[in-house]
Design a protein around this ligand. Structure first.
Ligand code: ADP
Ligand code: ZN
Length: 212
């Protein structure tokens, strides 16, 4: 199964991507996390990406497309994957089509703009493995520590009100058109982002036809 998660920042794409990936025994691929790791490691890619991320803008298509194709060529992706944060533009989606990557389903997670600010301000991410948490809606077992790997939970630098505003604008302008793109391909399904993570997961699994 090859699945794409679509949705605004804070819709819960990453959280649901992990649940779906676990159920299907395939990896989750988060381009955002790959880029943040590159920034932390100060690689060439990280240096290129940092200015864009800090402003809440998208990293250029050619850069992200290269990252994604390198990642899905790895061995653990042979039986499929769940993409979280890619594609984010029509050219990125077209690159998948051109490369003959067959996507089974695209899940659009719907959430209102008002909810997003609240969501993003409580969000935490494991600095080590990228698993996402929320201080109210999706707490770790031990405060400040990742349930999976014990890594430190951090607040992302781009989860501040100013940057969130630009990210939302970018989402509506550049990413939202993908909903029509995938509707046209006949593979789009929906779930509503709800208060409880488990409720959204139930809807997501049902929409994707994945057994809980
Ligand atoms: P969120 O979904 O909350 O915005 P992500 O971790 O998916 O978080 O992305 C964080 C940032 O990383 C984006 O604002 C963007 O700058 C960059 N990024 C991630 N994925 C892509 C992509 N596919 N294309 C361009 N930029 C990306
Ligand atoms: Zn972790």
């Amino acid at each position: 199964m090859k699945i794409i998660m679509l949705g605004a920042p804070g819709a819960g794409k990453g959280t649901q991507a992990e649940k779906v990936a676990q159920a299907l025994h395939v990896p989750t691929i988060s381009t955002g996390f790959i880029i943040r790791q590159a920034i932390a490691a100060q690689t060439e890619l990280g240096k290129t990406a940092k200015d864009f991320i800090d402003k809440g803008q998208l990293v250029p298509d050619d850069v992200v497309i290269q990252i994604l194709f390198e990642r899905i060529a790895q061995d653990d992706c042979k039986n499929g994957f769940v993409l979280d944060g890619f594609p984010r533009t029509i050219p990125q989606a077209q690159a998948l089509v051109d490369a003959g990557v067959h996507i089974d389903k695209v899940l659009s997670i719907e959430v209102s703009d008002e909810k997003i600010l609240e969501r993003l301000s409580g969000r935490r991410e494991c600095a080590n493995c990228g698993k996402t948490y929320h201080m109210v809606y999706n707490k770790p077992q031990t405060e400040g520590k990742c349930d999976s790997c014990g890594g430190k939970l951090i607040c992302r630098a781009d989860d501040n009100p100013e940057t969130i505003k630009s990210r939302l604008a970018v989402y509506h302008k550049q990413t939202e058109p993908l909903i029509q793109f995938y509707k046209g391909m006949g593979i789009l399904v929906y779930a509503h982002s709800q208060e409880k993570v488990e409720d959204t997961t139930k809807e997501a699994f049902k929409a994707l036809g994945v057994a809980l």
